[in-house]
Structures are given as structure tokens and as C-alpha cells.
Design a protein around this ligand. Structure first.
Ligand SMILES: [Zn+2]
Length: 816
């Protein structure tokens, strides 16, 4: 990696077995994807006779008509059209019932299970396979690659990675009706496509696991729990058998580009909550001696993130199970199984080649962070502390939050902030720098990681999170650490505080320990959104809707799957119709314009740009003009009346004079000739004010284009809103608040400008207060009104939320 090219380029190094040479691409090409221009089918609504037939049925499904209503609706259509339809819909997805037998006690108990036997429909053109270790710059992507292929795999082999999710879903509000879904996604597809719930490459419900009726007399009995686990794995095995063979011998498949390749399916990622993972890995549960599905952490050491333990492997588990099952003495057998807290059952995932269940199990931010660490642990503690201090403190917290400026992607808190915290915790962390949980949780949720951010995240966990947690547990005299020596830095008077601060919540729980494996997951399987349960949990909603609207609430499994199947087929037909429509529209456009307009790329030479002015140079590359857009104009006025309207605002004193002075310096830098040597604006020159600025920029956190919607409006939804911005100044960037946005035309050129009130750092970084350094706060102070200045809107990098200090009327602000 010593020959990594300069900044803003991406160096991609492939796995040696792929035979591909390393390549360097410009950063702007990141995420650019080209798709082959395919000629769509001419009758995509088939097997429906006409497009109207299909669209009538599509509408009926959207409304969610049940069978009886659907019959009436179709009969009505027939009467209107005076003709019949005969839709022999050919199934693309077919759910089949598979009877499996597993004996519990004396009676053999059959269970129905549905599996989808469709070939994954999104196998077309796997353009982005996980070829080797792909690094984007210093970014780690999935390191699973061609190197994983078996030695006998032919040269044209490609790995097809599946991401499987499974969880129970409450179908009715009272939870009496349940479904157990399996959702599959294709790891090879880009995450933007894969994480949708649409038909075109998104997640699909591919299986429906049995839910075993449980007599209360059986609840908790080891034998019955083992029986439930065995049925789960039998059922899962039946579902997996569609790919088991191909995972061993490969499948010669014609891909979307017409080429034949040998595809090797395997399970790269399992996405689920902790309880489901325990069933998937066939472990004995929360209270067992070794409750982690990935490593052998003893139950009592889960809170201790400073320690590492041996990782579980499929081979070790298999060998231990064989050893146990060969032991005739049941007591001895149980003792062997308890060495790893495993159950005496064969794991269904062992049947798939190239897959290790313990490696596939992945960190889930939703269950480990949002619901667990934050909602169950930090939030109750925070609430307790606020309550402990008294009502005044609740009001103070509310006041602080209400001072936060309104922002398009931020929830604005007016009151009851403490009560709203569970829902809006990410906003709260951003605003408060809630240090202990904040950064650790935020790092886990990043959509792009570099080796720098990963090492920062690891340092946060190991050097801040764990020591602070240890300090806290010592302070409250938590039972978890009673055996550990007391740290020297804990205050001697801890005894008096311990009772009131202890929320009686155990901090020794599996989800706190699972973050121990977060960084390995990111290195092996990419960032956490690749294995998040969030997109899958969203798919429970439509299933509940089907249950409520389209079933008779009896034997509903089949009815739900049938309705889901119809929706999937309709989705595929709809996508083909849309493709045909846009194809026809594009052809019509081309016919009208003659041919598509060639894109004119103008080369700019940055070195020719002057850096002498007080603000950053102003050269607009035509391809970037769309990235700063002014909108919501006020009626055009003369400079004279504009100044009169701001007469009482100190920053606008001598506005015209200052603007003339600015333009005398600014116009020559832009290559616009001054009308005359001592150019000065006339009172009747026209100026148009705007109340909105759209700024699109490349976000350095994940390298994708993002848009800020900036307001400069005295009454935006009833409140004055003047957003703050980050400006590309010379020599340094600086913060400022927008005072007005306007255009003015000089010498035939219309200039888009902003008048801003700059901020300056309250003190040099070297003199930052310790608390500010720890919380990574930057304190700013608004400069006097006379220092208000003009800038081009093109020098605005992005918007910024600056939070006023509580009780500070001097314009001091903290940067978030
Ligand atoms: Zn572990």
C-alpha cells in the first residue's frame, strides 16, 4: 500500500486469486454505477391479457380486498367491459408446504413449513461481486472474496452471498397470532438496492418457519426447548436445501449479461436479534455458562470489554457434539455439552459449504444499541439522575433543547425532552455529545469506515467506554465487579451516592458484550447496515396488514403467503411495465431532440485561481452550478428600497457601499470586467432577495452527495430562521450565520451572493477547557455587526447547526 496515490482517489486491491490488477479511480467515480441498456419486453403485463387487466388487479391488491370483495370487484369490471378475463398467472414465486417430522416424547408431531423454491430472481448480472479484499482508499469493504472458493472451482466461478434474516412477528395487536419469517437478500448487490423492501433486488420473504404450540406444563423444560430447537433446524434445513448442493459443486448459470458462470451460493451474513441467534447457533441461552454465539466469554464476564476470549468455530462445535453424542452416559454427555453451552442437535447451517454459522452471525445496531444499551440501560439511568436532581433540572434540560435551532433533518424539542429521549436518542447524542454511550453507538452506525475511523472507534470503546463503565460500576458497587480491585480514581465518598444512583439494572448482559465483535464484523462483512435488522423489521408491517385485511384469521399462514406471493408477482410485472414506459419515453425524447446532448466537460485549472481575496476564489465549473441553488425569491426591488427595509438592522448599515467595495475586488477575480474603474452601485440598481438555498456537497463521512436545505426567512412556519453555514474562506474555513441571500446583475452577469455574520473561535484550540476537549466542543463567538461580509454562495461548503449557550445573549455558540 506504499504506492497509494494522492488524496481523493480510490485504490482498489483485489484478492490475488481473482487475477485482477489493482486499480486507481477518482473519488467522484465512487458509487457511479452503469447498467446495461436493455430493451424491455413489449408485453410485460403477461400472463394478463391486457395492461388494464393487470392494473385493475394491482389496484385491488393495493387496497387489500379480501377474496369476497375481490370477486365482486372483478364481476363489476366484467360487467363494465362486457367481457371476461382469464388470467392464468404463472407463478414466479412458489411457496411449498413441506411436512417435517420430529418426535417429542412418545408422539411424532408433524409440522408444516413453507419454503420458497424460486431461484433468487436478482441473480442477473452480478456486476459487483465481492471480489477479494476491496479497499476504497483506506476503506475496508467485505473481505470475503474469491479466496474463499473451493480449490476445485473453475476459473469463471463467482461467490453468491446470501444475507438471511429470521424473526417472529406479531400479526395481531394482542400478539396471539404470530408468524416466523425468513427474509433473504443478495449480498452481491449494492446496499442501496439490497436494503430496500422492493421487488427489484430488495429483501424477499422466502420462508415461513413453524411456531410450535407450547403447553404451559412444558414451558422451560430442557427436553421441550431442545425439541423446539430441533424442529427449527429441521425446518431451516428444508429451506436451505435449495442451495446446499450448489454450495458444494457450484451452479453453472447464465447471468444477465449472457455469460455463463459457475455460481457458489453461501450464507455470508445472518441478521437477527440475540434470542434468534441463540437458536440459530443452537446455544443454551442467556443463563448458560457461555452465552455468546461468537466467542466463549463466561457468563459473568460479559460486561468486561477489556478481555477477549477464544472464538467459536463450526469445526470445534461439530467435534464437541460428536464427542458428546458418542458418550452413552447422559450425565457425562450433558457435562461435555455444557463445556460450550451447546445443545445436542445438528445445526442446519452446517449443511452449507463455505459458511460458518459463528462467523455469519453479525452485530445488529437496532437490538444491541437502540433497544438495548440506550433504551434499557442509558435512558433509565439518565431519567433517574434527572429525577434525582429535581424538577428544576427537567425544566433546565427542556430549555437547553428548545434553544437548538430548527434544522431539516433534526427533531426540534419544545418540551418533555426527557420523555421523548427513547425515540430521538440519535438527535440527542448529536446535540449533547452524551459522551459515554454517544460516540460508541454512533461509530457503530457509520455508513462508511476507514482504517482511521475504525481505530478511533476501537479507541473509544477500549480507552473511554470500558474504563468509564468500570468506574461507574465501581461507584454503584455493582455486583458484576465485586471481585475486582477498586480503581484508584473512584472518589472516597462513593458510598453516600451509590444507593440513589444505582438503577438496579444489571450491566452484565449479552448485548453489551456483542460490541466486542463489532470491529471484526466491519472488517469481514463491511459496515453495519449490511447486516442491520432494520430493513427486515420494516417488512413485518405489510405482513400484519395482509393478516388483518386479507385473511379470515384461521389457518392464516397459507393465506398470508398466497397474498404475499401475489404482491411479489405484481411487483415484478409493475417494474417491467415501468421499464417499458420509461424506455418508450426516452425513445420519444430522442426522436424529438435528434440525439442526446453531449455532455460538455470543462477543464479547470485550480492553480490559476487567485487566492488573494479575503474569501475563497470564485470560479464556477459549469458541472457544479446545480449544486448551489437559490429559490423562494421575494419581489425584485431597488437597492434603495432594499436598504430602507433593513434600516433598523445594524449589520445592514451602509449595505450598498460595502457591496460596491466587495464587487470591485470580487468581479476581477471572476474574470468579469468592472464597468468602470471606481465602480459603484446606483440606488436604482435592482436586487432580488431569496429565502432558500440548497447546498449539495460530498459528505466526508460516507462520500455520497447530500443536500442541506438552508433558510433565510423571517417567518418560516411561524418562526424566524437564519441558518448557519461553513464557508470555504482563505486561508481557513469559518462559520457564519446567513443574514440575507440575493442576486444582483453587473455588466450582464448575475451573481448569487450571501451576506453573512461571521463567527470566530472563542479561544484557540490549545486553550480549550478540558471538558470541551473531552466532549469535542468548539465554542464560537459571533463577530460584531460591522464585520458582516459578502460571500459567493458557491463558497458555502455546507450548513451547520450552532447551538446557543444556555442563558447567553451575546451570540456565543457551540458547534455540533
Ligand atoms: Zn463473544
Amino acid at each position: 500500500m506504499s504506492d497509494i496515490p494522492e488524496l481523493d482517489t480510490i485504490y482498489t486491491e483485489y484478492h490475488p486469486s481473482s487475477g485482477l490488477a489493482p486499480k486507481i479511480t477518482p473519488l467522484e467515480d465512487h458509487n457511479h454505477k452503469s447498467f446495461p441498456s436493455l430493451v424491455p419486453e413489449t408485453h410485460p403485463w403477461e400472463p394478463f391479457q391486457t395492461r388494464i387487466d393487470f392494473e385493475a388487479l394491482e389496484l385491488a391488491m393495493e387496497i387489500g380486498l379480501n377474496k369476497k370483495q375481490l370477486s365482486c370487484y372483478i364481476a363489476l369490471l366484467h360487467r363494465v367491459q362486457n367481457r371476461g378475463t382469464d388470467s392464468n398467472e404463472e407463478d414466479k414465486f412458489t411457496f411449498k408446504i413441506k411436512i417435517i417430522h420430529h418426535q417429542y416424547g412418545k408422539e411424532p408431531t408433524p409440522h408444516n413449513q413453507s419454503t420458497n423454491v424460486e431461484e433468487p430472481h436478482c441473480l442477473e448480472t452480478p456486476k459487483e461481486t465481492t471480489d477479494g479484499q476491496e479497499r476504497l482508499g483506506n476503506v475496508f469493504m467485505m473481505s470475503h472474496g474469491q479466496g474463499m472458493l473451493p480449490s476445485h472451482a473453475p476459473n469463471d466461478s463467482k461467490l453468491i452471498s446470501f444475507i438471511l434474516y429470521a424473526d417472529k412477528s406479531k400479526l395481531s395487536s394482542f400478539g396471539s397470532a404470530m408468524g416466523h419469517l425468513i427474509i433473504a437478500r443478495l449480498g452481491n448487490l449494492p446496499v442501496e438496492i439490497r436494503n430496500t423492501d422492493g421487488i427489484l433486488g430488495g429483501g424477499c420473504i422466502v420462508g415461513w418457519l413453524p411456531i410450535i404450540k407450547e403447553e404451559s406444563s412444558e414451558t422451560g423444560k430442557t427436553g421441550f426447548v431442545n425439541f423446539k430447537n430441533a424442529v427449527y433446524h429441521e425446518a431451516f434445513k428444508a429451506f436451505l436445501e435449495n442451495i446446499v448442493l450448489y454450495s458444494h459443486i457450484g451452479s453453472n448459470t447464465k447471468c444477465g449479461d449472457g455469460q455463463y458462470r459457475v455460481l457458489w451460493p453461501f450464507v455470508l451474513i445472518l441478521s437477527a436479534n440475540y434470542e434468534e441467534f441463540m437458536t440459530m447457533a443452537l446455544l443454551r441461552g442467556l443463563k448458560s455458562n457461555f452465552p455468546c454465539p461468537i466467542c466463549l466469554v463466561p457468563r459473568d464476564s460479559q460486561w468486561d470489554l477489556s478481555q477477549s476470549f477464544p472464538l467459536r468455530t463450526e469445526n470445534d462445535t461439530k467435534n464437541l457434539l460428536i464427542k458428546a453424542m458418542n458418550e452413552k452416559n447422559l450425565e457425562k454427555r450433558d457435562k461435555i455439552l455444557k463445556e460450550r453451552s451447546i445443545r445436542p442437535i445438528e445445526n442446519a447451517f452446517w449443511s452449507i459449504n463455505l459458511t460458518d454459522i459463528h462467523l455469519a452471525i453479525s452485530y445488529d445496531c437496532l437490538h444491541s444499541d437502540d433497544n438495548s444499551l440506550w433504551e434499557d440501560h442509558f435512558f433509565p439511568l439518565f431519567k433517574l439522575l434527572i429525577k434525582d436532581i429535581g424538577r428544576k433540572s427537567t425544566v433546565a434540560v427542556d430549555n437547553c433543547f428548545s434553544l437548538v435551532p430548527r434544522w431539516s433533518s433534526l427533531n426540534h424539542f419544545e418540551s418533555d425532552v426527557v420523555m421523548n429521549l427513547p425515540t430521538y436518542w440519535k438527535d440527542v447524542i448529536m446535540l449533547t455529545h452524551f459522551h459515554l454511550p454517544g460516540y460508541t453507538l454512533m461509530y457503530a452506525d457509520f455508513n462508511l469506515h476507514t482504517d482511521v475511523t475504525l481505530s478511533m472507534a476501537e479507541a473509544e470503546l477500549n480507552q473511554k467506554f470500558h474504563p468509564t463503565l468500570l468506574q461507574y460500576l465501581t461507584f454503584i458497587e455493582a455486583p458484576e465487579i465485586k471481585t475486582r480491585p477498586e480503581p484508584a480514581n473512584v472518589a472516597a465518598d462513593q458510598q453516600s451516592h451509590s444507593q440513589s444512583a444505582n438503577p438496579q439494572k444489571s450491566w452484565n448482559f449479552p448485548k453489551i458484550h456483542l460490541r466486542k465483535h463489532l470491529f471484526r464484523d466491519i472488517r469481514e462483512k463491511g459496515v453495519t447496515r449490511n447486516y442491520s435488522t432494520k430493513p427486515n423489521e420494516k417488512m413485518h408491517g405489510p405482513i400484519r396488514k395482509i393478516y388483518l385485511r386479507r385473511t379470515n384469521f384461521k389457518d392464516f399462514d397459507d393465506q398470508i403467503l398466497e397474498a404475499n406471493h401475489h404482491i411479489s408477482v405484481a411487483g415484478i410485472i409493475r417494474s417491467k411495465i415501468d421499464m417499458l414506459d420509461s424506455y418508450i419515453a426516452s425513445r420519444t425524447n430522442e426522436d424529438l431532440t435528434g440525439e442526446s446532448v453531449a455532455y460538455d466537460q470543462t477543464e479547470t485549472n485550480d492553480s490559476e485561481i487567485s487566492h488573494e481575496a479575503g474569501i475563497n476564489p470564485f470560479t464556477i465549473d459549469p458541472q457544479f452550478t446545480d449544486y448551489r441553488k437559490l429559490a423562494s425569491p421575494k419581489p425584485t426591488s431597488t437597492l434603495n428600497s432594499f436598504e430602507a427595509s433593513y434600516q433598523s438592522t445594524p449589520a445592514f448599515q451602509s449595505f450598498g457601499e460595502k457591496l460596491s467595495k466587495f464587487l470591485r475586488q470580487f468581479l476581477p477575480q471572476c474574470g468579469i470586467p468592472l464597468p468602470q474603474r471606481n465602480f459603484k452601485l446606483a440606488p436604482l440598481d435592482e436586487i432580488t432577495e431569496y429565502q432558500y438555498l440548497q447546498v449539495t456537497y460530498t459528505c466526508s463521512a460516507d462520500w455520497v452527495l447530500k443536500t442541506d436545505h438552508l433558510r433565510c426567512n423571517p417567518k418560516f412556519f411561524g418562526h424566524p430562521r437564519y441558518d448557519s453555514v461553513v464557508i470555504n474562506g482563505n486561508p481557513d474555513i469559518f462559520f457564519a450565520q446567513l443574514l440575507t441571500l440575493f442576486t444582483i446583475t453587473v455588466n450582464g452577469t448575475t451573481l448569487s451572493l450571501a451576506y453573512v455574520q461571521p463567527y470566530e473561535p472563542l479561544y484557540r484550540l490549545a486553550n480549550r477547557a478540558v471538558s470541551d476537549t473531552e466532549l469535542e466542543l468548539l465554542r464560537l463567538r459571533k463577530k460584531p455587526s460591522k464585520d458582516a461580509m459578502f460571500i459567493s454562495v458557491y463558497s458555502i461548503i455546507r450548513g451547520a447547526v450552532l447551538i446557543p449557550l444556555s442563558g447567553d445573549s451575546t451570540g456565543g455558540a457551540e458547534k455540533t
